[in-house]
Design a protein around this ligand. Structure first.
Ligand code: 5RP
Length: 225
């Protein structure tokens, strides 16, 4: 079993939760790709759903597999979000944003009645923080935000792609931040929310109902207690 097999298994289990008429949040990343493709297959068999994509990439794929796209203006409350994660802790707090879509991903997650995260077991950790925390910043604020992050004890590295500064779908930049292990994700999340120029960060605290883990060909589920 490869990590991709486990991702697909988790994606299938999440797609099995989808019922006719649901409005879905469509996540971003390699695991979410499996879910969107599997949703497309279920639609071929008659399932009727609509989706709000969390990135341009997911929008393109959703269109390709025939999922009608809608907006949060049309549907401010969504039924179910299916998305991946970079790290998951035992309280179902997450680090997300490895794919750079954290801003739309968090907005969509917060708009959903239920958030289901799909991962392979490598993403499960005791404490968040080995994966560098993505922080999305307005380009104008880069210098002041870098200084504040350094005062908060983080080492921040600007994300690049193909040698150029990476820009998000909202044309912001990402600082990948090493805070060491994060003992209190809620407290750090609140601190970051208060920094002018930080648009969003990849800590998802208390947003998730269920994590479906593909683990060596088996499915494990963690549910919010
Ligand atoms: C994108 C994300 C992804 O969900 C996260 O990076 C996991 O991706 P993958 O499923 O490819 O491991 O947060 O912004």
């Amino acid at each position: 079993m490869t990590a991709d097999d486990d991702k697909k298994l988790a994606a299938q289990a999440a797609v099995d939760l989808v019922a006719d008429g649901m409005i879905l949040g469509l996540g971003t990343g390699s695991t979410a790709v499996f879910a969107i493709e599997l949703l497309g297959k279920r639609m071929e068999q008659g399932l009727k759903i609509k989706g709000v994509p969390t990135s341009d990439a997911s929008a393109q794929l959703a269109k390709k597999v025939g999922i009608p796209l809608v907006t949060l203006e049309e549907y401010p409350i969504l039924d179910l979000d299916i998305d991946g994660a970079d790290e998951v802790d035992p309280s179902l707090n997450l680090i997300k944003g490895g794919g750079g879509a954290l801003l739309h991903e968090k907005i969509v997650a917060a708009a959903c009645r239920q958030v289901v995260i799909i991962v392979d077991e490598k993403k499960i950790v005791e404490r968040l923080g080995k994966f560098k925390l993505p922080v999305e910043v307005i380009p104008f604020a880069r210098g002041s935000v870098e200084k504040t992050l350094s005062q908060m004890g983080a080492t921040a590295v600007i994300r690049k792609k193909d040698g150029n500064i990476f820009h998000t779908d909202e044309n912001n930049i990402i600082l990948d931040c090493d805070f060491g292990f994060i003992d209190d994700p809620g407290a750090l999340s609140q601190k970051l929310n208060q920094v002018p120029g930080i648009v969003e960060h990849g800590l998802f605290v208390d947003l998730v109902e269920r994590v479906i883990i593909g683990a060596n060909g088996q499915i494990k589920t963690l549910k919010k207690s």
